[in-house]
Design a protein around this ligand. Structure first.
Ligand code: XIL
Length: 366
């Protein structure tokens, strides 16, 4: 499930990454501005997630470097990529991506340190005592390794997620088994000690939904923010993923109200993994892209009215590399069409979603 490069190859491609960066021809279709510039006008940073395609696809890399200010490595900093077997560390791909992006002026966000999903089998096989040791060892190795190079870290990812059969309860997994919810406070404490400069982020999914799941996760997350703060721990930002799946009910106004409740707790808000799954929209591509753009505009207008929102990151930049097109996701969601959830299509042409984002960003400045 992880795509890894050996170190020599990674260093070679880091050189290629550092060399890229001419203005992309695709931008000619989009007028003069970039999403980065439009976001800046609106007082926020725009970013995108990316992976090894930034090494292999030069046209895409050029586009990416033109558009994004923030870069979130999609999988390169996740636990199984960095520590595929116990005590064996592989920082090759991560270092190449992080250093290559920084060399081009991107600000890199770390994703992620403590997540009860996407863990290698060796972690799942540990006793709870050994899992405690592995948890600490991972943070103690990874945070200093990247300190000074990352602007922010998702310290904890998806603490609640679906709640499975009990919405709003903690996501199960090895770290919850080992420490109970204390794994969350432990991760924030240790990371703050090891990297005093990176902003520390609590990242969560599904809070945009206005159904039983979404509302339960909202309540649980607000309570958790209070608990982290009450313990005197540093929490700089809350990341809300915003993988919008419009077959599920949304109410942008009630989401904005929730954002105000977060903001009242004196933290920044990042929209951290934005994309729009088009499953509920028409087959016709023009109509579908229009619907995605309208959903984008309504969502961003509501979100950007909240001053605490300082960053919007899309989960990729082009449909060519959207995670919704992974075979596992197509199967899990029984998708019969290739999703078109991002601002650029698979040919790296701007879509109406791009215009909607640009307009929402610049509208905020007005
Ligand atoms: C996804 C990646 O995009 C996929 O390539 C990978 O197979 C699974 O993880 N929420 C998160 C991200 O926090 O880490 C996930 O990324 C998408 C959902």
């Amino acid at each position: 499930m992880t795509r890894r490069f050996d170190r020599r190859q990674a260093l070679k491609i880091a050189g290629a990454l550092a060399l890229g960066g001419a203005v992309s021809p695709a931008l000619a279709h989009a007028g003069e501005t970039t999403l980065r510039a439009a976001a800046r006008q609106g007082g926020l940073s725009y970013g995108a997630a990316g992976d090894v395609e930034l090494f292999t696809d030069t046209e895409y890399r050029t586009l990416f470097l033109s558009e994004a200010e923030v870069f979130t490595p999609t999988n390169a900093l996740k636990f199984p990529t960095l520590q595929p077997t116990e005590g064996h560390w592989d920082f090759g791909t991560a270092d190449s991506l992080v250093d290559g992006a920084r060399a081009k002026g991107l600000r890199v966000h770390g994703h992620n340190l403590a997540w009860n999903d996407w863990l290698p089998d060796w972690v799942k096989a540990l006793s709870w005592k050994d899992a405690r040791r592995a948890f600490d060892a991972h943070i103690d190795k990874v945070v200093p390794h990247f300190a000074g190079r990352l602007v922010s870290w998702d310290v904890v990812n998806e603490p609640f997620y679906l709640g499975f059969d009990k919405p709003g309860t903690y996501r199960p997994g090895p770290w919850l088994d080992a420490f109970g919810p204390g794994y969350i406070f432990r991760a924030f404490k240790r990371t703050a000690e090891l990297d005093p400069h990176a902003k520390l982020v609590l990242n969560e999914a599904w809070t945009e939904r206005t159904d039983v799941v979404g509302l339960a996760v909202r309540r649980a997350l607000l309570r958790l923010i209070d608990e982290i703060k009450d313990k005197g721990l540093r929490l700089d930002a809350v990341g809300l993923q915003a993988h919008l799946t419009p077959q599920i009910p949304y109410d942008d106004k009630s989401f904005a109200d929730f954002l105000h409740e977060i903001a009242a707790r004196k933290v920044e808000i990042y929209i951290s993994e934005f994309d729009v799954l088009d499953i509920a929209y028409p087959d016709d591509i023009t109509a579908r892209d229009k619907a995605v753009a309208e959903r984008t505009r309504a969502f961003l207008d509501a979100v950007l009215a909240v001053p605490a929102v300082t960053r919007v990151v899309t989960w990729g930049l082009s449909d060519r590399y959207s995670w919704w097109r992974d075979p596992s996701m197509l199967a899990a969601y029984k998708l019969t069409r290739l999703p078109r959830p991002l601002p650029y299509d698979a040919d790296l042409k701007t879509k109406p979603m791009w215009m909607a984002m640009r307009d929402a960003f610049t509208h905020r400045a007005a």
